[in-house]
Design a binder for this molecule. Structure first.
Ligand code: PLP
Length: 383
């Protein structure tokens, strides 16, 4: 792993050394059940309280509005479950065509159970139309569920404006903030969002840790019944994972600097003819670039780059290996050839300037090799 340049941080991030250090005692001597009354248990319970304060500080909400879960997917499922339970007569959901697979699969499932789902389209930059959003919400709309940051392109949606549109209706608003959390500032207090989903492994905590913000003014129905998490998420808490999430939240409190992403992107655009950025370049996460390279197949590029020590992806890690063009890029109107020639490079705070210089040298050589080996005589142009 030593010389690997890891540029797939939207898929998952390495656990930060400080996070590992913070969680380790809770896997060793501090193994008590946080619900137990003796000191070992109470110490674990205090550690959970501290972590809840740390994540709530990053989210800008009250600690009691934060529920620890097993990950972003569970949080999203819980938000849907709770919102739909609130008013069982409402059978309409508004979402978008570029959501993460967790949301897409839940919506497909609900359609099979008689719900109606409106999927907002996006423009060529990956942006939704707020007028279309407003027009899509009906009196029987139970839930609006939208991304904050797209996992494939990093494109950001204006959650303040989305919230003010939804606030004028009786629908519940859930935002999938899994990719945005810890990369751009958030202040949930007063925002008007009812539920927001988070995941620890996108910000240097281990996999299997998530969070759900549940606005205290909104009725809540748990998905997992039990006593823990104030009866909102049953199951003995993963103390070490929760401590890790809290520590990670503390570590990512400062703004993420886009300088390394910008330098990588501009070098690649300059060095590689026929390369283009996919998605809104102004409203984007500071760590992500999604690029198309004329005349290559992204699946072959990922293998070759992997052999040369660069880890990246074609978009969502969930769709990896499917051979299908990304549903996000297709929704933005990209032709199949361009969508299938795209690579997502996503950085973390642990990437170094030296790694970015090396990646900027490796990628152009690899793309040239792929083009030379392509059965197509000359690189296909997308424009
Ligand atoms: N939502 C988005 C936007 C994601 O990128 C992911 C993970 O890739 C998830 C939800 C699911 O999170 P988790 O892996 O913690 O279940």
């Amino acid at each position: 792993m030593g010389s690997v340049i890891y540029l797939d941080n939207n898929a998952t991030t390495p656990v930060a050394p400080q996070v590992l250090e913070a969680m380790e005692p809770w896997l060793r001597g501090g193994f008590g059940n946080p619900s137990s009354g003796y000191l070992l248990g109470r110490a674990a319970s205090v550690a959970i309280d501290t972590a809840r304060g740390q994540v709530a500080a990053l989210a800008g909400c009250q600690p009691d509005e934060w529920i620890f879960t097993s990950g972003g997917t569970e949080s999203i499922n819980t938000a849907f479950h709770s919102a739909l339970d609130m008013n069982p007569l409402k059978r309409h959901i508004v979402t978008s065509s570029v959501e993460h697979s967790a949301t897409l699969r839940i919506c497909e499932h609900l359609e099979g159970r008689g719900f109606e789902v409106t999927r907002l389209t996006v423009d060529a930059h990956g942006q939704i139309d707020l007028d279309h959003l407003a027009a899509s919400i009906r009196s029987d709309t139970a839930l609006v569920s939208l991304l904050w940051a797209n996992n494939e392109t990093g494109v950001l949606w204006p959650i303040e404006k989305i919230a003010s549109v939804v606030q004028k209706t009786s629908a519940v608003l859930h935002i999938d903030a899994v990719q945005a959390f810890g990369k751009i500032p958030l202040r949930l207090a007063g925002l008007g969002v009812h539920f927001m989903s988070f995941s620890g492994h996108k910000l240097h905590a281990p996999k299997g840790m998530g969070g759900l913000y549940a606005n205290r003014r909104v009725p809540f129905t748990p998905l997992f019944r039990g006593t823990q998490e104030n009866a909102r998420r049953g199951g003995t808490q993963n103390v070490a994972g929760i401590v890790a999430f809290g520590k990670a939240a503390e570590l990512v409190a400062s703004p993420f600097d886009s300088a390394l992403r910008d330098s990588l992107e501009s070098t690649l655009l300059t060095k590689i003819p026929g390369s283009k950025v996919n998605g809104d370049r102004a409203d984007r996460l500071p760590n992500t670039t999604n690029l198309s390279f004329d005349g290559i197949e992204s699946e072959a590029a990922i293998i070759l780059l992997g052999e040369r020590g660069v880890c990246c992806s074609a978009g969502s890690s969930c769709a990896a290996g499917s051979g299908k063009p990304s549903h996000v890029l297709k929704a933005m109107g990209l032709p199949d050839a361009r969508a299938k020639s795209s690579l997502r490079l996503s950085l973390s705070r642990l990437n170094t300037a030296d790694e970015i210089v090396r990646a900027s040298e490796i990628l152009p050589v690899a793309i040239a090799k792929l083009r030379a080996a392509s059965p197509v005589d000359s690189p296909v142009s997308f424009s």
